[in-house]
Design a binder for this molecule. Structure first.
Ligand code: URA
Length: 209
C-alpha cells in the first residue's frame, strides 16, 4: 500500500489557515493555492532519481548531480486543479501538462469523463495528478483510471486538503499511488464538502461565487 504524506511544514499550515478564512478574496486565494502547490510539489518530487555528472566551475572540476530518468507530467483535474499548475510548473518548468475533465452523473452520482487531453508521450512520463480538494475521491480515482489506461506506470496524487474518506478510497482503488496533502480534515458533510475545508475551491479560485 502506498503512503499518505502530510506536508506539515509551518509555512504550508499557515497558508492553509489563510485559505480557510471565508474573508480571503479571490486574488489572495489564487496566490495561496499556487504557493501551497509549490511547497507540496517540493515534497512530491523528493524521490526523483539523480545522476552524477562532471562539470567545470570557475574554480575546479566538480562531480555534481542532476535529475535523471523519466520526465514528469502534471495533470490538473478541471477546474480547481488549474489553480495548482502555476505553482508546480514553477518548480518543474520542463514538465508537460495534461488535462482531465469530469462531471458527476446526476443519476448514478458517478464521475463521467468529458475531457482528456494528454501529452503524446504521456506513457513515457511519471504523472502527478493535482486537485486542491480530495473529498470523496471519486474524481481522483476516475482521473487515475484514465491515466493508467493510457499506459502510465507511475502516478502520484497531490492535493491541499484531504478527507479520510478520499484517502481511503484512493488507497483502495489504486494502492500504488502515493498521496501528498497539506492537511487531512475531519470528513465530509451531507453535500460532500470537506469539513471544515475551504468551501468550493473552484469558485474561490475563479471568483464564480
Ligand atoms: N470540492 C471542493 O471544492 N470543496 C470541497 O469541500 C469538496 C470538493
Amino acid at each position: 500500500m502506498a503512503g499518505l504524506h502530510i506536508i506539515d511544514h509551518p509555512l504550508v499550515q499557515h497558508k492553509i489557515s489563510l485559505l480557510r478564512d471565508k474573508n480571503t478574496g479571490t486574488k489572495e486565494f489564487r496566490e495561496l493555492v499556487s504557493e501551497i502547490a509549490m511547497f507540496i510539489c517540493y515534497e512530491a518530487t523528493r524521490d526523483l532519481p539523480l545522476k552524477e555528472i562532471e562539470l567545470e566551475t570557475p574554480i575546479a572540476v566538480a562531480k555534481t548531480k542532476i535529475i535523471s530518468g523519466r520526465k514528469l507530467a502534471f495533470v490538473p483535474i478541471l477546474r480547481a486543479g488549474l489553480g495548482m499548475v502555476e505553482g508546480v510548473t514553477a518548480l518543474v518548468p520542463a514538465a508537460k501538462i495534461g488535462h482531465i475533465g469530469l462531471f458527476r452523473d446526476p443519476e448514478s452520482k458517478e464521475p463521467v469523463l468529458y475531457y482528456s487531453k494528454m501529452p503524446d508521450d504521456i506513457r513515457e512520463r511519471d504523472v502527478i495528478v493535482v486537485d486542491p480538494m480530495l473529498a470523496t475521491g471519486h474524481s481522483a480515482i476516475a482521473a487515475i483510471d484514465e491515466i493508467k489506461r493510457l499506459g502510465v506506470k507511475s502516478v502520484k496524487f497531490m492535493c491541499i486538503i484531504s478527507s479520510p474518506e478520499g484517502v481511503e478510497a484512493i488507497q483502495k482503488a489504486h494502492p500504488d499511488v502515493e498521496i501528498y496533502a497539506g492537511v487531512m480534515d475531519e470528513g465530509l458533510n451531507d453535500d460532500k464538502y470537506i469539513v471544515p475545508g475551504v468551501g468550493d475551491a473552484g469558485d474561490r479560485i475563479f471568483g464564480t461565487k
